[in-house]
Design a protein around this ligand. Sequence first.
Ligand code: ATP
Length: 365
Amino acid sequence: MLGQTKNKTEARITQQGGPHLRVETLSKSFGDVRAVDAVDLSIAQGEFVTLLGDSGCGKTTLLRMIAGFTAPDRGRIWRQDVDVTHAPPAGRRMGFVFQSYALFPTKTAAQNIAFAPRMARKPRAEVKHRVEQLAALVEIDRLLDRYPHELSGGQQQRVALARALAAEPEILLLDEPMSALDARIRAKLRTELRGLVDRLGMTALYVTHDQEEALALSDRVAVMRGGRIEQIGPPGEIYHRPRSRFVAEFIGTSNLLVGTVEPGGLRINDVVWPMAMAGNRTGDLMTILVRPEHLMIEPLERSGAMAGTVTATTFLGATRRLTVQCDNGLYLLVEEPSTNPLPNGRVFVRPDHAHVVPLDQGSTP
Ligand code: ATP
């Protein structure tokens, strides 16, 4: 699965004669803080990649180096086969959309969008046409005469997007552009953004700390930690096949369990879950991940199931999440359709074995 994804991205990059954007061992420190630590990243033409991670993991610094606003200490940045590491921001053919919109407050929406083409001394009629075209594209054509303070947050962000597109960038860099918007507008705007980027055939690198946004928007998600990319892959792979405990805990809700390898599977306290333990020896300690939706509640005792009692139920709409306190002391989170009959009294929990993911060996939770 991992191999297939890598091959798919690599095939796309090879077919296109190389990545559209490539960074090599890119590094930046501020004093003794290593904000970005030897990051390598290749993005194909037309790909939408998201940098996802907690506050302070280096997302913005990485994006700002690619945009040309922050000078790297080490490493290289390539747009196709052009080395842009030391090029000024305006010479990189990259558009940048900030979290704070950063619109000129004394200019109307139209004047904001017209800024880059005006600076490039494009003919007046061409600028006007471009502004109208972009305004229609981001659906603010009736708001062009308004000043930023006369626009809602969502409308300002649309103007900021149109302003970035007006410079005709090849690559769009977006730093948490939705974070100031409320949840409903954010969901709508991000669907529109993805559609727009696809229609224009652009390559996009998007920064967020919102995992739902990253999973919903991206062709690939790069999970960052401490200035490094911990794992990069399509959303399904990051969610279902995390390569480390950190990624497993960062994305979605997880049950992380430690067991001892036995000939027939993994012993977790009083039960043995049958599973293939390739590369492990009897007696090894092993951590596994089981997502709540891959645990099942059984009304009757059976071998390999953990007995327990439901201590909390959270209604999530189509599903509900149960907290099961097992007799062996473990707590398990189980997600099941909310239409299932509510369990009453003792329950028995077992995993869907096809979805048990082995993680780092020998660690404890
Ligand atoms: P957030 O989601 O909060 O924006 P981030 O993942 O984008 O965080 P960065 O802004 O890249 O993280 O910061 C990475 C690290 O570098 C942090 O420890 C931050 O405090 C530090 N840092 C960033 N910019 C500077 C600066 N100009 N001077 C000093 N330290 C900085």
